[in-house]
Design a protein around this ligand. Structure first.
Ligand SMILES: Cc1cc2nc3c(=O)[nH]c(=O)nc-3n(C[C@H](O)[C@H](O)[C@H](O)COP(=O)(O)OP(=O)(O)OC[C@H]3O[C@@H](n4cnc5c(N)ncnc54)[C@H](O)[C@@H]3O)c2cc1C
Length: 384
């Protein structure tokens, strides 16, 4: 790379992980350059369920979920083959579209002094002892003293992740719907989780009374549905009459669903003992927790806070950050990974459903065990 600019801190990716790190760094007087592939705010595949930890981090960054119109969610309905179990959530959750949330956080990052370049897709990164070299296409080459990699589920050439040990034959889909007033009232205050053959779906309200249907399905099942979203939804609503009621005559907000393939559920970056420092992996680049937990966003925010905090205290010691982050999320990701495996297939689903129906408190326990620990959060929040 002959022509290049030099930067102290570059963040690749303007999702929750990248934007939160930019906010924390900006507050402490470090103006990071953040490169985001998308030119405009866009919808992303996500259940859009905000756990209490995610809410705490967002509030710490000045995000007012009421102002943004987030829905309130206090109970969980679990459905399996026409049967139903219900439990109160151990906290008040919120629902908000990623299009609105991610943009609000990016605007906060700008307020705190981050320089956001949109429409810049990083093509590759080469890491050396003292710096990372970033090929940002037509934006040019950048030599970054410190790099925060927050590009989400998929890697960037040069610093790919090993996917071994993770489940990656699943597809995530998302569609927004406009419901009737009656359907909205029935769904109000609930996250409804439907276990169906080879997958699960979550339905909840977000802002403006819109419902988000997000589902995770085995690739093979999608193929059996003729690789057609309409057929897949028809089959699932056939298995679950509650979902059929909710979606009857509902208006889809997009022409086709958003989708994401080969999500590496269960992946946790293993901290390096040697090698170059100055490359911090954030959010889904650090670890990917199965979606049913609704904890991916809080982990992304936790990583953004923690990486920025460790950088501010100890400089480019990324191995220290990776060790701390791995110890904060490893147990939660492993438990969720095992449950995800069990919940994929009929017998496992039936067993889990009956356990949850017999002991509704089990649903609350699972929600508790897959969350970031209070102590870890307080540590990450301490600086800001
Ligand atoms: C089906 C599904 C449902 C989910 N449901 C929930 C839920 O209900 N609740 C919850 O808490 N979590 C949920 N998650 C998890 C959550 O969505 C993620 O954990 C979270 O988005 C991770 O944030 P991130 O910032 O790491 O990545 P992202 O939010 O993916 O952000 C990455 C950003 O990087 C940009 N980017 C990517 N590559 C480049 C590049 N080369 N150059 C420049 N920019 C780039 C992208 O455009 C994007 O804006 C779900 C995930 C899936 C798959």
């Amino acid at each position: 790379m002959n022509q290049h600019r030099t930067e102290k801190i570059v963040i690749v990716g303007g999702g929750l992980a990248g934007a939160s790190a930019a906010c924390v760094l900006g507050r402490e007087g470090h103006s990071a350059l953040l490169l985001e592939r998308d030119r405009e705010p866009r919808n992303k595949v996500c259940g859009e369920f905000l756990s209490v930890e995610a809410q705490t981090y967002l509030a710490g960054l000045g995000i007012d979920l009421d102002d943004l119109g987030a829905s309130r969610i206090s109970r969980l309905g679990l459905y399996h083959r026409g049967m139903q179990a219900e439990a109160k959530l151990p906290f008040l959750a919120r629902g908000l579209s990623r299009k609105v949330l991610d943009e609000a956080l990016l605007q906060k990052a700008i307020l705190h002094g981050a320089r956001i370049m949109r429409g810049v897709s990083v093509r590759s990164v080469t890491t050396e002892e003292t710096a990372s070299w970033i090929d940002a296409g037509s934006f040019g080459g950048i030599q970054a003293e410190t790099l925060f990699l927050a590009s989400g589920k998929h890697g960037v050439r040069g610093i790919k992740r090993p996917a071994s040990g993770s489940i990656n034959d699943l597809i995530g889909f998302k569609m927004h719907y406009r419901l009737s007033a009656e359907q909205r009232t029935s769904l109000d205050g609930a996250i409804e989780v439907i276990l169906f053959e080879d997958g699960y779906a979550g339905l909840q309200l977000i802002e403006d009374g819109i419902a988000n249907l997000c589902l995770v399905v085995a690739q093979e099942r999608f193929e059996r549905a003729g690789k057609s979203w309409d057929s897949l939804v028809e089959q699932i609503t056939g298995e679950c009459h509650i979902l059929a009621d909710r979606l009857e005559d509902a208006l889809a907000a997009f022409d086709k669903p958003l989708s994401i393939f080969q999500v590496p559920y269960g992946f946790v970056h293993q901290p390096e003992t040697t090698g170059p420092q100055g490359l911090f992996r954030l959010g889904d680049q650090m670890g990917v927790i199965p979606s049913f937990t609704g904890e991916g966003m809080s982990m992304a925010l936790h990583s953004g806070y923690l990486a920025a905090r460790i950088f501010l205290r100890h400089g480019r010691t990324s191995s220290q950050y990776h060790r701390k982050m791995a110890s904060d999320i490893q147990r939660q990701v492993q438990l969720a990974f095992l449950l995800n495996k069990a919940a994929r297939f009929g017998p496992g689903q039936a067993a889990l459903f009956h356990l949850c129906r017999t002991w509704p408190s089990l649903m609350r326990q699972v929600a508790t065990f897959t969350r970031i620990r209070e102590g870890s959060m307080q540590g990450a929040l301490a600086l800001v």
